[in-house]
Design a protein around this ligand. Structure first.
Ligand code: RB5
Length: 156
């Protein structure tokens, strides 16, 4: 897979370890930085990764900031991007099976190195289940196409 990886200053150490892991796993990695030591604004990095995912230049993205929250909020502004923070085996696996997550967001402040390696590997190897989940993800895509207009449906 072609995977873009980015972080702000709070995720820089974790990013370089993830880049190494992905290369060891034989993935095609684009490291978008941030490459400088100084503090950077996470939305700028989220955009660099999310835009590539949105355009189909890469298959997936991984973003790391202090909490994973800001990155996911920013990345989700790009069409076709489904980004969320994952912090344990369950969220990493179900984010793929049910949500077809294409941008994994991680906390550089909270997660340990061994856990992160495991989460990334789970997230890479877990397929989307499709079926009823495809219908639900399809509804999210429709909301995006309506450009924020209210969704009119009756919840069963
Ligand atoms: C930067 O201080 C911090 O706000 C950022 O890394 C992230 O946690 C935002 O959600």
């Amino acid at each position: 897979m072609r995977i873009a990886v980015g972080s702000d200053h709070r995720g820089a150490a974790m990013r370089s370890k993830i880049v190494d892991l992905l290369k060891r796993l034989g993935q095609d990695v684009i490291d978008v930085g941030a490459h400088q030591q100084r503090a950077v604004d996470y939305p700028d990095i989220a955009a660099a990764v999310a835009q590539r995912v949105s355009k189909g230049d890469v298959d997936r993205g991984i973003l790391i900031c202090g909490t994973g929250l800001g990155m996911s909020i920013a990345a989700n502004k790009f069409p076709g991007v489904r980004a969320a923070p994952c912090h344990d085996d369950l969220t990493a696996e179900v984010s793929r099976r049910h949500n077809d997550l294409n941008v994994l967001c991680l906390s550089g402040d909270i997660l340990g190195e061994r856990l992160v390696d495991r989460l990334v590997e789970i997230w890479l190897r877990t397929p989307f289940e499709g079926g009823r989940h495809a219908r639900r993800v399809g509804k999210i895509c429709q909301m995006e196409k309506r450009n924020g207009k209210p969704h009119s449906t009756s919840v069963p």
